[in-house]
Design a protein around this ligand. Structure first.
Ligand code: IDP
Ligand code: MG
Length: 159
């Protein structure tokens, strides 16, 4: 099954949205397979945001993501990459619709509370950067699965 990397950025942690955001993914029906509170190092931040190295906002982005603890998570489910992006809303909170995380809880582009992988390929790369395989519990069975999925879920793929 598909997995995605979600990070609650330092603003989400500082503003007390950890529980609220986790709850949104839980209530959607996705399964949590990895979770940790951590301090991102300069090196990890630069690797994570490597596609933005040349952008004018890169320095500010790295300094922001390393400015306080984040919550790193891996969520699993059918189409979770695309669904999580929709749940997050547009990158710029001014364009994010009400009902999305950024639409409901953020105002500024550089303080948009949540990161989510933009493709299955990015998800693999980002999960590998933030988690070691023994920190992921992809094999557990969420007892609500038959109420979330019409078809029985196959054994989850390992990362
Ligand atoms: P995403 O987080 O929606 O995938 P990306 O384009 O990958 O958006 O950009 C990564 C992060 O960089 C954004 O979430 C946002 O915090 C920040 N960012 C993107 N574009 C700008 C900008 O033009 N100014 C300031 N910060 C930006
Ligand atoms: Mg991105």
């Amino acid at each position: 099954m598909e997995q995605t990397f979600i990070a609650l950025k330092p603003d989400a942690v500082q503003r007390g949205y950890i529980g609220t955001i986790i709850e949104r993914f839980e209530r959607k029906g996705f399964k949590l397979v990895g979770l940790k509170l951590m301090q991102v190092s300069q090196q990890l931040a630069e690797k994570h945001y490597q596609e933005h190295t040349q952008k004018p906002f890169f320095k500010g982005l790295v300094s922001f993501i390393t400015s306080g603890p984040i919550v790193a998570m891996v969520w699993e489910g059918n189409n979770v990459v695309e669904s999580a992006r929709k749940m997050m809303g547009a990158t710029n909170p001014k364009d994010a619709l009400p009902g999305t995380l950024r639409g409901d809880f953020a105002v500024d582009m550089g303080r948009n509370i949540v990161h989510g992988s933009d493709s299955a390929e990015s998800a693999k790369r980002e999960i590998g950067l933030f988690f070691s395989p023994d920190e992921l519990l992809s094999g557990w069975h969420r007892s609500t699965e038959s109420w979330v999925y019409e078809e029985a879920q196959k054994e989850p793929a390992s990362v």
